[in-house]
Unconditional design. Structure first.
Length: 394
């Protein structure tokens, strides 16, 4: 019988190596990955960063407390973010990477209707919960139990806001510029109906590709039709800023309206304070609400930049996801987490008290019900002029 002895020094080294690797192995086991399929470059970058940063701040909070505790176990939350460049085909590539390589079961994004519809066959089939920013009604439905929308869309906010603005400003004839994609076409259709209901006419509609930067020919055609207002809903922040700037440079003195999509700070940065003075914009934020004010201060402290108005929605949505995991008692079983998420009621978030709605419009209560406001841009900042529900603004 042959005896094989390991030298003491080697044995000690192996033992130390084993102990040294134990923490990293435990960390790998205890890490909860959240995918962020968002736009980080190009026209939609302000929105994509708002989504990612909101999720990051929610993750920071639980990580600062030692991790997200679910069923007696703590998880360090890691945000895995990729840029989809605001393109549906790129979103599909990123979704495949997140689902099949990074093995995520939870995802922030995507941004935009076309990317959302494109990735849902992947996410729904594989039980990946997505927290969307997509305005199309196709994004939600009984056949999409893993999809949740944490922003209000044109379908929810347009009518009460348009009723208020049309009455307040005496608007009769409106021109609208919209991206020529699923989002823009859906929004244009919704707005045409809303303006008609309010007693005005969306008389001139121009569709354009999202990378367009010269709007003077489109604006000139609209002005020839005698419009007294311009509608900017559905445009990315930088694109909306360019439209405002070029409209004012052409001499347009009428009302400029943005019925949906918070982007005021970004629009002012592109167009300037003078050009944006007197704009009427949708905002989901009331900065005087203590919970909203606290979030804005937290955002400013970390990112040292102005916060896009969509960001608190994704902070709240991520926190609701965490709470759903706690109540479901699992991070692995996304079907249980989805059920727990949809059952949340009166959740206290940065935007106020939150509940789910949507059964009537979409056949499933996966649309977040959020208070919203109409603000006027004064000296580059939003001043709230009306507080709204889906029924009316006053």
């Amino acid at each position: 019988m042959v005896s094989h002895k390991i030298p003491a020094a080697i044995g000690l080294a192996c033992t130390l190596a084993a102990f040294a690797s134990a923490p990293s192995m435990a960390l790998a086991q205890d890490t909860l990955k959240l995918g962020a399929l968002v736009t980080l470059s190009g026209p939609g970058a302000a929105w994509g960063l708002a989504m990612k940063n909101g999720a990051e701040l929610a993750a920071d909070e639980v990580n600062a407390k030692g991790g997200l505790e679910v069923d007696g176990k703590k998880y360090k939350v890691e945000i895995v973010a990729y840029d989809d460049k605001y393109q549906a085909n790129e979103a599909v590539t990123v979704a495949n990477r997140l689902v099949f390589e990074d093995k995520v079961k939870y995802m922030i994004g995507p941004l935009g209707s076309a990317p959302a519809v494109a990735v849902q066959p992947i996410t729904e089939k594989n039980g990946v919960i997505t927290i969307l920013m997509a305005f199309t009604p196709k994004a939600l439905g009984p056949d999409k139990p893993y999809s949740f929308r944490v922003v209000t869309t044109t379908a929810e906010v347009s009518q009460p806001q348009i009723d208020w603005v049309v009455k307040t400003k005496g608007i009769k004839k409106v021109g609208g510029l919209f991206p020529n994609d699923e989002s823009g076409q859906t929004i244009a259709k919704d707005l045409e109906s809303s303006y008609k209901h309010a007693g005005a006419d969306l008389a001139a509609v121009e569709l354009f590709e999202r990378d367009r930067v010269d709007f003077i020919p489109l604006l000139t055609r609209m002005f020839a039709q005698g419009i007294d207002a311009i509608e900017l809903d559905g445009n990315s922040p930088s694109t909306a800023g360019l439209i405002v700037k070029q409209a004012r440079e052409l001499g347009f003195t009428g009302t400029i309206i943005r019925t949906g999509g918070p982007a005021t700070a970004d629009i002012v940065n592109v167009a300037g304070k003078e050009a944006t003075e007197g704009m009427f914009v949708h905002t989901p934020l009331n900065p005087e609400l203590p919970s909203t004010k606290a979030y804005m201060e937290e955002y400013q402290a970390k990112y040292k930049s102005a916060m896009n108005g969509f960001s608190p929605s994704f902070y709240d949505g991520t926190k609701m996801l965490f709470e759903a995991m706690r109540r479901a008692g699992t991070v692995q079983d996304s079907a249980k987490v989805s059920k727990a998420m949809g059952d949340l009621k009166d959740f206290k978030g940065a935007l106020g008290t939150l509940n789910w709605t949507g059964e009537k419009l979409y056949g499933i209560n996966h649309q977040l019900d959020i208070p919203f406001y109409v603000a006027e841009v004064v000296n580059g900042a939003e001043v709230i002029r009306a507080t709204c529900t889906v029924a009316k603004c006053e």
